[in-house]
Design a protein around this ligand. Structure first.
Ligand code: ADP
Length: 193
């Protein structure tokens, strides 16, 4: 048995940090970050990577069909081998959410957690971390797309009673404590195994 836990939250809300901590805390969980996958592809210079690099630099989204293929290819083997996936950065649009529902078996979508941090704070955090796509214009565009395309997914999961909202402010350790309480409740048997 395995499944997918979707980690939602604005850019800069701490998804990457928290997923890394969760992966370290629990066995049998793997963090899959689409942003990291695309940056690795860009570094490798593959055709996908070159295409993604140009899009990421502008803050726009990689097309849904490309992303769905990339994610399906990565998730398939993990789920088959019984691993629980923390999915970070996908789904980001309603089309991607529909595609994920198709990729996971009937009971394979375990739930979603939302790391809640307001726009002012994530903007500050991103400017401070200074990743190369974290320019003022890029940040503004990504946050705009989040409100337009990704925020509706919060409702999508909420309507299916699959959403847990976590206060994402405070120190990473404080957020982690809240998150483990939520994720532990989501899949207690699998996590304590
Ligand atoms: P952030 O959440 O700060 O935007 P990510 O590392 O998650 O950072 O993503 C970086 C970039 O990768 C995005 O701006 C976008 O261009 C691309 N990307 C990542 N995930 C997706 C996705 N699911 N759909 C489309 N584009 C994506």
């Amino acid at each position: 048995m395995s499944g997918v836990i979707v980690v939602l939250g604005r850019q800069g809300s701490g998804k990457g940090t928290q997923c890394a901590l969760l992966q370290r805390r629990y066995g049998g969980i793997v963090h899959v970050s689409t942003g990291d996958m695309l940056r690795d592809a860009a570094a490798s210079g593959s055709p996908l990577g070159r295409r993604a690099e140009a899009i990421m630099a502008t803050g726009e989204l990689v097309p849904d069909d490309v992303m769905c293929d990339v994610v399906a290819e990565r998730l398939g083997p993990l789920l088959e081998s019984g691993i629980t996936v923390l999915l970070d950065g996908f789904p980001r649009t309603p089309a991607q959410a529909a595609s994920l529902a198709g990729m996971t078996a009937a009971d394979g979508l375990l739930g979603a957690v939302l790391l809640d941090v307001d726009v002012a704070e994530v903007s500050e955090r991103m400017l401070a971390r200074g990743r190369h796509d974290d320019t003022a214009v890029g940040i503004a565009r990504r946050l705009e797309l989040y409100e337009e395309q990704t925020a509706p997914l919060v409702d999508w999961f909420s309507e299916r009673a699959m959403l847990q909202r976590i206060d994402g402010t405070g120190t990473p350790a404080e957020v982690f404590e809240r998150l483990t309480a939520a994720v532990g409740g989501l899949v207690p048997l699998r996590l304590s195994r």
